[in-house]
Structure formats: structure tokens, C-alpha cells
Design a protein around this ligand. Sequence first.
Ligand code: SF4
Ligand code: SF4
Ligand code: SF4
Length: 300
Amino acid sequence: MAMDRRKFFKVAAAGCGTACALASPTFAADSARRIGADGYGMLQDSVRCIGCKACQSACKQINKLPPDSSLEGDYYDSPRDLSDSTYTLIKMHQGESGEATFVKKQCMHCIDPACQSACLVGALVKQENGAVEWDGNKCMGCRYCMVACPYNVPQFQWKEAIPAISKCTLCADTRLNKELPTGCTTSCPAGAISFGKRDDLLKVARERIAASPELYLDHIYGEKEIGGTNVIYLTKKKVAFATLGLPDLGFKAPPRLTESIQHGVFKYFIPPVAIYAALGGIMAFTNRKNKAEEKGGPDE
Ligand code: SF4
Ligand code: SF4
Ligand code: SF4
């Protein structure tokens, strides 16, 4: 499979994080990689979405986010992409027939997140509640997470003196921890966003597909993609996920992919390292022996 420069750096960044994690005594066991899989998430239904963008402005209000810095003036408009002041965004796909399909973009809250794997200081961590949270007290501003995220989600506050990494928080501080649904969910007039436990959302998604197979593509994006995500998607029968910015990335989580590569690399490093260690030992022994002989002392 061809790998462009950007993809290469994404894999490398996640791999670097994995290598450090492997070297760390706190490296998580397999079961820990499913943390938050039974936590909260959102089902985003592109069959129901009418593109009103109420969710976008609700997110701005709840998170006290200013107008997007890419727009002139202090009025609100829809920016082109996520930014340090836009955690979620409605994008439109227009098919050949002219029919519009809307998709909501934000952090997928991956079960085994590439951003977490790439972060050398543990500033991005998947929580039991399902959210992938960023800790400003730990972040050192390296931006490896931005490179590693397969969805280009984390954003950097370029204009701030002490920049933060910004992304959807799943409303963890403002609502989730009070067991309230996310702000974008409550603002949606079309029932296009559902909030709840991931297992329940998967059931709802399956029921919608079964009830209206003529409307829905028989696929839930995020059920298995990149190891599963807590934000999952439904799309129209004739609109592929890839055309909505949800590419086919396979089912294996990026950190596990890079871990296999690292294991393979380390496996082939072991024999040369062992040989060098043995040679080093022999040289040290010979040096000490020569020095002892020069002094005429007893052979150590
Ligand atoms: S979508 Fe990107 S930023 Fe969000 S959890 Fe996944 S890897 Fe991290
Ligand atoms: S969950 Fe909260 S932070 Fe995330 S997009 Fe919705 S309103 Fe914004
Ligand atoms: S509020 Fe609901 S219908 Fe409106 S754009 Fe957001 S998801 Fe779509």
C-alpha cells in the first residue's frame, strides 16, 4: 500500500510514542487498551442531519469559544475546518444528483487513541467515561498528537503565549461529569445526534439500519474502525463514509500497528546488541588484564 509523507509521519509519531511506552514501566496491559469502550459516546446520523449547524453554535456557547480566528470580525460563521476555537463542524457532501449529505466532524474519542500513544508525557488520556481528555499541566507543546491523529483533530493555539491543544472534550467537564448529555446533542432539532453508552448507541444504530434498509448503508463507522471509537456514524445508503471524510483506515488501532512494527524491529536488534555486549565485555576484561600485567601485579 502506498504511504504518502503525511501518513508516514503519522505512523512514525504514533510509533515513537509506542516505543517510549514500551520502555516505560507503566506500559498498559492489553485490557487497559479498552478503557472507556463501555463509556459514553455519540451516534451521528447523516441520514437525519439537516445541516442547520445548531450543534456547532451550541458547542461554541458551552465551551465559551470565540469566533474562529480564520474569519474576519467578531461575527460567527462556519469556518472551513476545525481550529483552536472550533471543536465541531458540519461539512456538506454533494452527490452527483445534487443531493446534500451533512456530516459532523469532531474528535472520535477513539478507544485506543493514536494521539495518546504519540504523547510522550501522557497529556492525552482515554478516560473510563469514554472521553479522550487533554491535560494542560502535562503537555509540553510538541504537537506529536496532531501528527498522529488519523482524523487531523487536535488543533494548536498558534497565537497564544502558552498554547493549548484544543479538541472536542465530549463535554466531560461541563456536562458529562454531571451525567448530562453533550451540548451538541441537546441542541439538535432533527435527532441526528444521540448521546449514551457506546453499547446502547450501537444497538440504536443497528435498529435504524434494520428498520430502514432503503435509507441506511449497512455499516456503522467506528464500531470496528481503528479499534473502535466512542463517536460512531451512520450514512445514507448511497453515500460512502470515505466521501464524508471518514476514510477506510482498517480495523487495527494505529498504536497496535506501530507496536507490531516496533516489536519486529526490536526483535532483530536483540542479536546485534547481544553480540556488541559480549564484545564489550571481552574488551573490558582484556584491558584490565593488560593493565594488571603492565603493573606486574596479580591478574585480576
Ligand atoms: S480522533 Fe484523533 S484526537 Fe480524537 S481520540 Fe482519536 S486520535 Fe485522538
Ligand atoms: S461533545 Fe461537547 S465539546 Fe464535543 S462537539 Fe459536542 S458540544 Fe462540542
Ligand atoms: S444540530 Fe443536528 S441537524 Fe443541525 S447540523 Fe447539527 S447534527 Fe445536523
